[in-house]
Design a binder for this molecule. Sequence first.
Ligand SMILES: [Fe+2]
Ligand SMILES: [Fe+2]
Length: 364
Amino acid sequence: MNMHATTHDELATEMGDRFDTDAMAQESTLLNPRFYTTDFDEMDRIDVSPVREEWDKLIGQMKSDPNKGHFKKNEDWDKVDWDGMDPKLKREFIDFLVSSCTAEFSGCVLYKEMKRRGTNKDICELFNYMARDEARHAGFINDALREAGVAVNLGFLTKAKKYTYFRPKFIYYATYLSEKIGYARYITIYRHLEANPDKRFHPIFKWFREWCNDEFSHGEAFALLMRTDPKLTESFTNKLWIRFFLTAVYSTMYVRDHARPEFHKALGVDIDWYDQEVFRKTSEIAKQVFPMELDIDHPRWMPNLKRMETAFRKMEAAEKQGGLGGRLAKLGAMTSAALAFVSIYTIPVKKSTPPASVRLEPAY
Ligand SMILES: [Fe+2]
Ligand SMILES: [Fe+2]
């Protein structure tokens, strides 16, 4: 595994004192990237024969490692003026980098564990390549953070972070979505900055195109895994689960992005526009395997996302306030967030039929 950016003790001593990035990365709230564990034996039993042809092609692509030399700083890496950066922007941008790094690394840990525990050649091979990519991604972000005098201590994080157990099928839904949403997020920012290069306030964004192609193929792999067992996407209960995951992942992203107004302002991105754009791309792609998409133009959609976002902000304020008043306020905010979630979850979905051939190529 390529962990060039993470000699742990070295990073620990490099930690800046202004930003407690380890604490930031370690926080396990509903909104922060999580670490997952699953039933690795069950996953090891997956038989990819029903999708063999497409599988071999995808694995062949990953094996050829098109991004092998990509995640290295080169002459395109402009000097970053961290000291001249507006403090609010700096704080949000570091928060963005830390949470992206944590998310990348959380994928790496899960994939590596699957590779380590498995005996199934196909599965181990896939997870090995995906862990390789995620380690590079996390390492590259950490390189960027280090220039700001901070870095996430990834080794420490693996031990300190709480792990959430998900059954394999939930791992498929959640991870598939996070890979595809990752692709959509990176490519949307990349295309936006391609059109508005003056808004590119940090060189890391130049790396996003090849980067998102990795995420795209990881998503493809999960799409193929889901195709090995039609029940996963066709049974009544699983459809409800898919709908749940779509709703949860989208609304989490909305709330999280809105917590970084300065960051998006600096990029010249309207957050509502950006999020809708990412949802639209992700939904379009996800039709390759999910038999539905959320109706993000429904009149209940946006107002309830906003309600949820307000509720989360109130929850945070209530926590800071503490005492009985704080607890009551928090309860009120949680209820409001839950109601907003239910309102979104019950918006009728747009049904669709996934195509016979599951595979897609990145098209945005
Ligand atoms: Fe990644
Ligand atoms: Fe990925």
